[in-house]
Design a protein around this ligand. Structure first.
Ligand code: XUL
Length: 518
């Protein structure tokens, strides 16, 4: 029996799976929800968005407390960590943790008798971690782009235009606004490399998948780009961990986990990656050919790429594919945020949202659309100050549900053209993907059959698969065991509805253009 542990530190929760990679089964699946299980941080969805200029941050101590809590809960379920051969993980992308130089030393000497949070609190050079939802760095993006000769150059080097939520612009803002805190910072980690360092008991590298989401890594050289680093902040080169391939080992697990939770001292740690790169692995999409839509706090659309191709409009991104090569990523911030808002506004349960509401209205919603941008949207970059409805009419619950879903997926179709791929199957994942009504709207809007996988949480599973890959297991074998479509649940596109959406697409684009102009 070969067991690996995969973790996922996402926006709203920390999850873990244990995979038996020989048998191809998920042995354990646990989660700590930041809002429900750690209410004393007052971050009901895992973040604080009370900033007046689009700042969104999380408390890194909450993440540390969540890690101890998760492992305590798993131990209580009689899980025997001593059999785990390797650990890896997935982190929400772009978020950054600012640590003093003592961090590495502290990690090496952690006591198993005290909590992580209490031992590491003194190492934080900043008590907040800006996360991917932060949209407050528009001027820093412009400054970085100007310093290197324009956004086309930033994109050619890093795979993306200078982007508000990306780590480089966030670091620049911190260095400008809190020079003392920045000077005190010895190392800046991503969420992924922060957790990976804790497991390894030392500062570990940032992988090519997550490193590409910083506007700092040169995609071709797979290393920090001196021009981008210098344009971002003084002295930054000394504060960045090195870049490394995603399957790199970071050595044996820290004694903290051996003594406190009973891990084997021979358990290997593999560096972590971002949630979307891990999901690419978990969905079995690491070789080009599959397009994945992940429905989470943010919705994302991604695919492995044979060659790095960038988005001329500046909304999409190229990241490192953890299996080697590249992947594309398009992020839509108002994913479950918008679906939940409509569900709550109309007092619906998820079942009614799916079945009743969608069965009450026809495909195309008789022309009723909406721009479901409750938060400033990333793709396209637009701040409508809240949702905008296309008709001056009181939307019934069914009309509102259909409007939010159809608009989300028409928006996704409109902004994924640049990928130049015509998939014959779309794989969907994330909480809302279990919902047949939502999956059918996707099949009809894209005119493509939709499949779902058998496993829970593709980023967490992908992290576990990456742990196994890091100790030499074959990725294709792992995919054949863990990344298989559920039988009998494929949804085929319905031709009449597809025709309706082909006609609705230009109308949706015109509605969006009208609002962008106003
Ligand atoms: C991707 C992005 C989000 C986060 C959180 O660029 O910002 O998908 O990774 O899930």
């Amino acid at each position: 029996m070969s067991l690996v542990l995969g973790l996922d530190s996402s926006t709203q929760s920390l999850s873990a799976v244990i995979l038996d990679t020989e048998a191809g089964i998920v042995l354990a699946d646990h989660s700590v929800n930041f809002g429900d299980d750690l209410p004393h941080y007052n971050q009901s969805h895992g973040y604080d968005d009370s900033g007046s200029r689009g700042e969104v941050s999380s408390n890194p101590l909450m993440w540390l407390e969540a890690l101890d809590l998760l492992l305590v809960q798993m131990s209580g379920e009689e899980i025997d960590f001593s059999k785990i051969e390797a650990v890896s993980g997935s982190g929400q992308q772009h978020g950054s943790v600012y640590l003093k130089s003592c961090f590495g030393e502290k990690l090496a000497g952690l006591s198993a008798k005290k909590d992580l949070k209490d031992q590491l609190a003194g190492c934080l050079a900043r008590d907040r971690s800006p996360i991917w939802m932060d949209s407050s760095t528009t001027s820093e993006c412009a400054e970085i782009a100007e310093a290197v000769g324009g956004n086309e150059i930033v994109c050619a080097k890093s795979g993306s235009f200078a982007t508000e939520r990306f780590t480089g612009p966030q670091i620049r803002k911190f260095a400008k606004e809190s020079p003392a805190g920045y000077a005190e910072t010895g190392v800046i980690h991503l969420v992924s490399s922060f957790f990976a360092s804790i497991f390894a008991g030392r500062n570990v590298p940032i992988d090519y998948g997550d490193g590409a989401g910083m506007n700092l890594m040169n995609l071709a050289a797979k290393d920090w780009d001196a021009d981008l680093v210098n344009a971002t902040a003084d002295g930054l080169a000394e504060k960045l961990p090195p870049c490394a391939p995603s399957n790199s080992s970071s050595g044996r697990i820290s004694n903290y986990f051996v003594r406190r939770y009973g891990f084997s001292p021979t358990c290997e740690t593999i560096i972590w990656s971002g949630d979307n790169p891990c999901s690419l692995i978990g969905m079995g999409a690491s070789t080009p050919g599959k397009v994945v839509i992940s429905l989470g706090t943010s919705d994302t659309l991604f695919a492995a790429m044979p060659e790095p191709k960038t988005d001329p409009n500046g909304f999409g991104h190229v990241f490192g594919n953890p299996a080697g090569g590249y992947m594309s990523l398009i992020c839509f911030k108002n994913g479950s945020l918008a679906r939940e808002a409509i569900k709550e506004q109309y007092g619906l349960g998820w079942e009614a949202f799916e079945t009743k509401a969608l069965s009450e209205t026809p495909a195309g919603n008789r022309g009723l659309m909406m721009l479901p941008f409750y938060e400033p949207e990333i793709t396209p970059a637009i701040d409508t100050g809240g949702p905008v409805f296309s008709a001056n009419h009181e939307y019934s619950s069914g009309e509102a549900v259909r409007a939010v879903l159809e608009s989300q997926f028409l928006n996704m179709r409109a902004h994924s053209n640049w990928l130049g791929v015509s998939p014959n199957r779309i794989y969907i994942t994330g909480g809302a993907s279990e919902n047949d009504g939502i999956a059918q709207v996707i099949a009809n809007v894209f005119g493509v059959a939709v499949d779902r996988l058998d496993v829970p949480g593709s980023a967490t599973i992908g992290a576990g698969m990456r742990a196994a890959h890091g100790i030499g297991e074959n990725l294709a074998d792992l995919e054949s065991k863990f990344s298989q479509p559920q039988e009998g649940r494929r949804l085929e596109p319905e031709p009449a509805a597809c025709d309706v959406y082909n006609l609705a697409l230009p109308k949706f684009k015109a509605f969006l253009a009208e609002q962008s102009a106003s």
